[in-house]
Structures are given as structure tokens and as C-alpha cells.
Design a protein around this ligand. Structure first.
Ligand code: GDP
Ligand code: MG
Length: 201
């Protein structure tokens, strides 16, 4: 069995993250927590790449719709529709425009609990309710209300895989095997080995 330190996750700095000059800040946070960057590229994605990315999980359209309905009800608002599939399909259309509107940076980060740690650091989907201290909570102020009023996707700077299974599929979707580099970082001894690299040996 592979050591848990080999878990990988996909992160995409969305076009607004690049336009807001937050690339360094975002990369810094993942580096500082001890994750290892094993793949990185800049590209302007096609609509097809974006649509496939969000429909790798056939349930995503419905789940995105349900999430908006739940958030609306919890906050005393009326959702844009009562039908999750209808909302999810509208959101997918918005996402195609959003993510193809400029360059993005796609990255693969590796380390123990990479998927959960990266999600925790990004914060919830809606910046208005994302925790302070998270990327979405600290650097952007968008909301369901604002985005739906303007008929666009919520601008929240970053995408990250939502589960280990999603991460495996998404990494394959954005990167060829040879674009991911298997190498060792010296700090891994401190993070994972019994004697922390044996400083006093
Ligand atoms: P994430 O995993 O936190 O990014 O959230 P989802 O996978 O549910 O949705 C993907 C992206 O679609 C989000 O990051 C937002 O940019 C956008 N989005 C999701 N739900 C909505 C919504 O209800 N309304 C709008 N306008 N955008 C949404
Ligand atoms: Mg998601």
C-alpha cells in the first residue's frame, strides 16, 4: 500500500485569482503547510475542458443545485429555481464563461491528507460565508445573491478537488502522466519520518 503522503489533489487558480495577483499568496499557503507541488501549468481552458471537468462526476450538476437551494433556505432567500438540475445546468453555463475568460493555473499538490487540507484552506464555495483565514474568506467578497443577480458564476479565486476520487479523475483530466514530477523534498523527512531526518545523528 502507498504511504498516505502520496495523496494528490488538483488546484486551479481561476481567472480572477490571476487578475487579482494572488498566485504567489495562494501557492505560498500550500507550500507553507508542507504540501509538495508536483505539477503546474498555465493555460486558457476551452469550454469543452471546463464542461468535462465539472461533469466527470455525473452527480455534480444536481449537487451544485442542491447546495444553492440549501444555502438560500438557510438564509431566508428564494432559490432561483426549486429544481436542482435546472440550477446546476445554469451554473455550469456560467462556469464555462468564467473559466475560459482568461488564463488559469492548474496545479497538482501532493502530501498526507492533501485533498482535505487543501479544501479546508480554500474555504466554502460562497466567499460571503467562507471562514476567515481561508483563501476565499480572506481575499474575495462574492456571494450567491451577487452572482445570481448578475447571472454569473460565484467568483471565488480557486478550485480544489472535493474528494480523493474526484482528485484522481481531475488530475487525469488536466495533466498527462509525464507532466507530473515524482521527486523528493528534503522537508518530507521532518514531516513524515520517525526521527525527523536525524538532525543530531
Ligand atoms: P466548489 O467545489 O466549492 O468550487 O463548489 P461547486 O463544485 O459546488 O461549484 C463549482 C463552482 O461553481 C463554484 O466554485 C462557483 O464558482 C460556482 N457556483 C457553484 N454554485 C453556484 C451557484 O449556486 N450560483 C452561482 N452563481 N455560482 C455557483
Ligand atoms: Mg466542487
Amino acid at each position: 500500500m502507498k504511504h498516505p503522503k502520496h495523496e494528490r489533489t488538483l488546484v486551479i487558480i481561476k481567472p480572477d485569482g490571476i487578475q487579482r495577483s494572488l498566485v504567489g499568496e495562494i501557492v505560498k499557503r500550500y507550500e507553507q503547510i508542507g504540501l509538495k507541488l508536483v505539477g503546474i501549468k498555465m493555460l486558457v481552458p476551452s469550454e469543452d475542458l471546463v464542461e468535462k471537468h465539472y461533469t466527470i462526476d455525473p452527480e455534480w450538476i444536481r449537487l451544485a443545485g442542491e447546495k444553492q437551494i440549501t444555502s438560500a433556505r438557510a438564509n431566508g432567500r428564494v432559490p432561483i429555481s426549486e429544481h436542482p438540475l435546472e440550477i446546476g445546468t445554469i451554473v455550469l453555463g456560467h462556469l464555462k464563461k468564467y473559466l475560459t475568460s482568461g488564463p488559469v493555473i492548474a496545479m497538482v499538490w501532493e502530501g498526507a491528507h492533501a485533498v482535505a487540507i487543501v479544501r479546508k484552506m480554500i474555504g466554502g464555495t460562497e466567499p460571503l460565508s467562507s471562514d476567515v483565514g481561508t483563501i476565499r474568506g480572506d481575499f474575495v467578497l462574492d456571494s450567491y445573491v451577487l452572482a445570481n443577480q448578475s447571472g454569473r458564476a460565484i467568483r471565488n479565486l480557486v478550485h480544489a478537488s472535493g474528494s480523493v476520487k474526484e482528485a484522481v479523475d481531475e488530475v487525469k483530466h488536466w495533466f498527462r502522466t509525464e507532466e507530473i514530477i515524482d521527486y523528493r523534498l528534503v522537508q518530507e523527512a521532518i514531516l513524515y519520518e520517525d526521527f525527523m531526518g536525524g538532525a543530531l545523528k
